[in-house]
Structures are given as structure tokens and as C-alpha cells.
Design a binder for this molecule. Sequence first.
Ligand SMILES: [Zn+2]
Length: 325
Amino acid sequence: MKKKLLLIPTLSLTLVVASCGTPKPNVNNEIKNFILLGLDGLDYQTLQTKVMPLLNENAQENLVFDSKEFETSVVDSGNAWRTVLYGSQYEVTDSNGNPKKSGEDIFSKVKAKYKDSKNAAFYNWFAMNPNSYTNNNNMTWGVLDRDVNNALDDQFDADSALKENEGYNLSSLSDKTSDNNPFKDKLKNLEEAQTYTDFIYENAMKENENRSIKAIDQDFNFIFHYDTVWDDLHHGEFSYQTDNEIDDAVLDKIVEVYAKWINYYFSLDKDKWFVGVTTDHSRDEEDFNHTTDNAKKSWFISNQDLGTKYKYNKLSSFRDIVLSK
Ligand SMILES: [Zn+2]
């Protein structure tokens, strides 16, 4: 029998606005430290049914959760993240589908705005990397273009580190059918599923987590902590829809890590740290692709009361808020 998710209203509706009592004033004007946790491809059903129940009371009380919509027509991950980080009006590709350099990234903007500011980007998708990505047309920038290097005081690409250490990227590790996946054909019981997810966590997630926490301790101004494991697992055909206990165990483990991160970031002093959590395409779990109207929707969680000025803004609101402080 096919497993059914809990009934979710259509995505065009505002999904949840969990905020108590009278709206508080807009985001604290004194805040100069920002964290954006980007969870690639985390669909809204999973967020609601799996992640939200694991969030601690502090996080739940401060959730602001609206559906948003990308203005871009092509919602692949690269375009979508460039829209988040470069602004809602960012035209991400030219007519040939090549990256189009325009607009200015949030890292450079923060650097220009705050004297002695420190920025960091921790990610595990090689295509995010401003140094390593070369596309089919030999264009040499990633989702973050090379100029971003000048505005980053710390960055780490766990995907490239994995490739260097183990000889394969996260995308092949996540792909059940890839010959480059050492766990191929091994995922036959829950114990092996645990070993597999432990391996992914240790090699593709933990270092970014550690570096992000360290950057918080060092009072960085802007930290972009990006994770693509959820997206990669789905492209590798892991799904809650298959009624397969191995898939469920693997995905549950990743959900637990995401909830752990959100709880940690939401436990920070909200008078000092503005926390945003978002995704790049929040399609249906049952309709996994990057092209439907649902893919263009997204969600945004903040530890702040955003007020109407930002709450109903486009997805770039995190960037807008940071730059308006
Ligand atoms: Zn994506």
C-alpha cells in the first residue's frame, strides 16, 4: 500500500503562521549577525510533517512560515539559490542557459555595509563553489561566482573534500544505482541504513556544522550554511513515498540532523542573531522535479517577527532584511 502523507492544503495557501498574540515590531534594528540555513529541495510536506514536530518549543514559538514564490521561470537549484543570494530580480541565465553575471551577491553587500565584517559560506555541493565549477561551456563560476571569494572570510566545500578523500561526490554517494556508490546493493537492512547515513553525516554534513558553530562563536556577520543531502537523496531515488523502511530510516536520519540545526540556531540570542531557514524549490514530494508551479513555491522560517513589510515579500526577503539593517 502506498503510504499517504498527512493532508496538506494546496501550496498556494499560506501554510502556517505560528506567532502568538499581537504582532511585535519588525526585526530588531541592532542585529548585525545573520545566519541563513539553506536546505536544498526540502519539500513543504516533509517540513511540516517531519521537521516541525522535532523543533523545540523555542523554535516553534518563533516560527513564521509562509509560502513564497520564485520569479524565475527555471527553478533548477543553481538559479534558485542565485535568486536567494543575489536578489529577487536576479536574471540568472541568458537565452543559452549560461549563467549571467549581474546584480551583487549578499556577501559582497554585507562586506561593503559593515566595517570589519566577516562572512562565511559552508556548503556541500560542488556547483556552489566559486572555485571549482566549470559548466559545459567552460564558464568558470559556480552558483557563487568568483567575486564572492573576495567577500568570504571562511568557506568550506564538503562535496569537493569528499571527492578528494573518497573519490566520489555526494551525488554518487546518494544515488542508489551509481557504480560510484560504495553502498550500492548494500542497503538491505536497517543496520546498514544507519551505517550509510552515519557515513553521509560524518563526511558531508558534520564539518559544515562544526564550522558554522565556530563562526557563530567568532561573531561572524553573515553565515550561509547550505546543505544538499536531502535533494541529492531524492535525485538518488530515496523517497518517503515508496513504503520502504530503508528509505524511511535514511530520510528520517537526515530530517533529525536538519531539526537539530534549526533548534540550535533558534536557541541563539535573537536580539543578536537573525536566523533564516529556507529552501530553493518546494515541490510536492510525490512530484519530484524542478519544473512545476509548485517547484517555484518556497517557504521561509525566521526566528524574528518579520512584520507585514517582510512577511509578504518575495523569497529574497532574507537578503532584503539583511541589507536594510
Ligand atoms: Zn535544489
